[in-house]
Design a protein. Sequence first.
Length: 300
Amino acid sequence: MTLLTSEEIDNAVIALSTIAIDAYRSGAIAQPTFEDLNRLTSNRLNDRWRRIQYCLTTRELVFHRRHKHNRYSTTELPRELSGHHSPEVDIFAATMHRMASEEGVGTTRDSRVSSPVDIGDDDWGELRDQYEQRIEEFLAPFEQQIEDSRERHFAEQAAEQAAAEAARAALIRSRPAPAPQPLPYGASPRGAELLVVEWMRHLGFLDAQATPERADGGIDATSETAVAQVKHYKGKVSVVEVRELFGVAASRGMRALFFTSAGYTAEAIAFATATEMPLFVYSAELGTLRGMTAPATALL
């Protein structure tokens, strides 16, 4: 989102203050204030300007533009440019106060002098339409800026997503080992270990091999740079099992990969995230593999 500069805010305040003073002089409003302009638009001005302020100004910019004032809170920020507060803390109120005084029409908040022009209902209706149009022309460029920024943001997001998908597709095509095919009837525990070996080769561990049955010491698959454990059951893998595999891999100077057909406890995921350990969940029936930690997603 492209934010308004300090100079642009000053110009906006002066432009709206000028509309308020002109409307007061013509008799369209009773006082040259933001509140009276807002009533002229059936309270639409306040709602639209508040949205513009939220989208196009920053806390730092508004604090920089403040008058000296020792007591404030961040919850008051959206009203700093609203014209509803005293000139000491409100940019709109301060500017309207100054401009009204220079024009000789009294103060903006303390004056109780009625409009200098006495007009009939028909003329007032025409004046109201005239100043509503001026306010519309004042607000429209800011609102268009918001919409343009939103469209650019969504376009950039779509472009980034498309680029990421293209990069992922190119990576998959560049891998010499294809992804395993689905096994509609599932896999046995040993079959799951062989399936994980295929996944490891697909992920780039081309020398991955299954360890001999009953003599794996908790390691079900291994390569030159990584060891893997496979849990082919319904229960979630605990942090104890993840920590044990991490320790075995660290003692060998290798990377630890964990594969399961179910899932992991929150503690297990937290530990793996802290140690940058890849955790995967596979489905033999669907032929899918999901990364449960950032390092695992990066490998995919």
